[in-house]
Write a new protein. Sequence first.
Length: 245
Amino acid sequence: MTTDIRRAGERFWTRAGWLDSHHSFSFGHHYDPANTHFGLLLVSNDDVVAPGTGFETHPHRDMEIVTWVLDGQLVHQDSTGHNGVIYPGLAQRMSAGSGILHSEKNDAWRLVPDASTDEPVHFVQMWVVPDEQRITPGYEQLDIGTELARGGLVPVASGRGHEAAIKISQRDAALFAARLASGESAALPVAPYVHLYVAKGAVTVEGAGALATGDAARITAADGQKVTASDGGAEVLVWEMHSSV
């Protein structure tokens, strides 16, 4: 087993008037040939979008895109007719397949009367390669807030048969989330590739030490080591992957 710790401050950073985005891997004009992916995970962007702004309509193709909101509300609209508001605890997957157009904006008050008009939205968006190209574009969302409240790692998106998760078109990958209370532990998956991202708070990883908000651990030949939340608790996102790009 090997563990590669990537600190929050080492990430690529995009800063615009409306967007504050940190990229765990090469993205857009940020490119490092030694940091293009880990396992099947090509993108893990931690984004904060200002109120009334967002990503205008843009295309994607042949990618499984999972969005996880940490704070606020994000409005999704796409060319297949799907639209809705994504909030903390609601898992969302978009299969770009043969081609799709979509937008993501912080303007939930258009659809939800009591939504905030002055709060940023904070979310993590992750892309994995599909196991089949040119599939029919698709969309799925599922509220897993009740399962998260029970503790431990909860399947969020999976191509490996987890029933309580949205489905992705990649049989070698699954995403889990956990909201860990202070001192609470969870066992990481046993898999050739495991990517642990600390979305909130801080944790200690068995055999690897302390990770703070925005830090990540890229674990090769993971054997189920424990991750334990520090004082104040933590929210983590964990990819289990059984092959690589």
